[in-house]
Ligand binder design. Structure first.
Ligand SMILES: [Zn+2]
Length: 487
């Protein structure tokens, strides 16, 4: 397709009337030499991005000129300027991430629209706290290593990428990292623990997590940090910085253009269907959408160590795990919502503030996470059968950050609740005498920024107008994924 229509959409959606709503609009193009490139439009200019982070400014000011993954550190500088406007913001590795995003022939949209960090869009599912953007804060997940084989170096001003999680887990498990992954292992020492535990706290805000741990408010995380290390730049999420795209990137070591899980909701041209992959009713089905030539960390572990058991708790991307929550869900024939199978939230011993149960998502997440802890303890009941690799995802941290945004009471309480559950597991490992043999990796799938409740509005009618003028049909999924010439 000619790039005329995407360019017209990008120009219309970056008009001054939409400045509070649209930060960036991007679409793929082909260079004269046949190489793939990405055009990125902002309010003040247009840039062409090519592999190797090459930026060729087309007009005005490069909208992704600042790319420092350590921007807004130390944390005080983020707090002083939350949800910054484009020219003050930073966008780590924009070419690599956007090129991956546009690499799937069937599922990548023709155009992607990125919200401003402060855009508030409750009418299409937006919350007080949001993520999904290319920018540094929404893309910054924590990255903490602790325990056997990890030196206690404390806070380090470095960063990795979410695609580095799988290779790091494999290396910690003594497995050679396969060639051809997008990610690489974070270097640790030569010594190895017997067990590896990966913790994904969904949406846990990197800097706030580290600040609360340092202030003594998250004792379990603080105890991990006490003999471990954390990167203050965290792990940079793949684009879009949404949940299922990044759970999959963490657990396969490749970006969305290769694993195929472009977002939580996307369209598949080959199937002719919309895929909603991150829903209470579909999250046990992700293996159906994962590209078959991509391996999960569980499959890579088994290929190298066939005897090694792996456990995957409350995680959609479970293909190849010996035991997983999603296997149980697939086996249990249930008619009602998953929550009907879960312990009641009111009786949760890890819930710090019962008023948060008024938030439907927080309530459901409390049930899911209590159930997750029970499964972890069950899988670790017999030390002789303890899993070589445990992956344990926590949901409530996403619920708390959506409900109030980073630093809000409900976001911080969600971190405290998650910390209590982690504390129970650490105490259990101590009681088995196994703690010294375990290496921990704590991460997340994305960061969070707070919306400005005055920054409302929508680019939907502008998109409809330009597509009507151009005479093209389109789908708008996500929202922000624009597929042209499909109904
Ligand atoms: Zn998430």
């Amino acid at each position: 397709m000619s790039d005329t229509v995407p360019a017209a959409i990008a120009a219309a959606l970056t008009s001054p009337e939409l400045a509070a709503v649209v930060d960036l609009v991007a679409y793929p193009v082909e260079d004269a030499d046949g190489q793939r490139a990405v055009m990125v439009h902002g309010q003040h200019g247009v840039v062409r991005l090519r592999a190797g982070e090459r930026h060729d400014v087309v007009t005005g000011v490069d909208p992704v000129a600042h790319t420092d993954p350590l921007a807004f550190l130390p944390y005080e500088s983020e707090c002083a300027e939350p949800s910054p406007e484009n020219r003050r913001n930073a966008y780590p590795e924009p070419a690599r991430r956007l090129l991956s995003f546009f690499a799937d022939a069937d599922r990548s949209p023709d155009v992607v629209v990125v919200h401003t960090p402060s855009h508030y869009f409750p009418e299409t599912g937006g919350h007080r706290g949001e993520h999904g953007s290319l920018d540094v804060i929404q893309s910054r997940a924590p990255f903490l290593l602790s325990g056997a084989g990890v030196s206690g170096r404390g806070l380090i001003p470095e960063y990795v990428r979410v695609v580095d999680v799988a290779p790091t887990l494999l290396e910690l498990a003594g497995v050679p990292v396969p060639n051809g992954l997008d990610g690489t292992a974070y270097p640790t020492g030569e010594s190895r623990g017997r067990f590896v535990v990966g913790l994904l706290w969904d949406g846990a805000h990197c800097s706030d997590l580290l600040a609360l741990a340092s202030a003594g408010e998250l004792p379990a995380v603080a105890s991990l940090l006490g003999d471990g290390l954390a990167l203050t730049g965290g792990a940079v999420a793949e684009f879009p910085s949404v949940t299922l795209c990044n759970h999959t990137s963490a657990l396969t070591g490749v970006g969305p253009g290769r694993h195929g899980i472009l977002g939580n909701v996307f369209y598949d041209r080959a199937r002719g269907e919309r895929i909603n992959a991150n829903d209470e009713s579909t999250w046990h089905r992700s293996a159906e959408w994962l590209r078959p030539d991509v391996s999960t960390v569980f499959e890579m572990l088994t290929a190298a160590r066939p005897e090694a058991r792996s456990v995957c708790i409350n995680e959609a991307v479970d293909r190849g795990a010996t035991v997983s929550t999603m296997q149980l869900l697939r086996e249990v024939a249930h008619d009602g919502p998953v929550s009907a199978l879960l312990p009641p939230a009111e009786q949760s011993p890890y819930l710090g503030e019962s008023r948060h149960l008024a938030d439907h998502y927080f309530r459901w997440a409390t049930q899911v996470d209590d159930s997750g802890l029970n499964q972890v303890l069950q899988e670790w009941a017999d030390p002789a059968a303890a899993p070589a690799l445990t992956w344990w995802a926590t949901v409530v941290t996403d619920a708390g950050h959506h409900a109030g945004g980073p630093r809000s009471p409900i976001a911080r309480d969600s971190l405290r609740d998650a910390d209590r559950r982690l504390g129970v597991f650490l105490t259990h490992l101590d009681s088995l005498g196994l703690r010294e043999q375990v290496t921990f990796l704590l991460t997340a799938d994305h960061g969070f920024e707070k919306a400005d409740e005055a920054a409302t509005g929508s680019w939907k009618s502008a998109l409809a107008d330009v597509c009507e003028r151009a005479g093209v049909t389109y789908r708008n999924e996500g929202p922000g994924f624009v597929y042209l010439n499909v109904r």
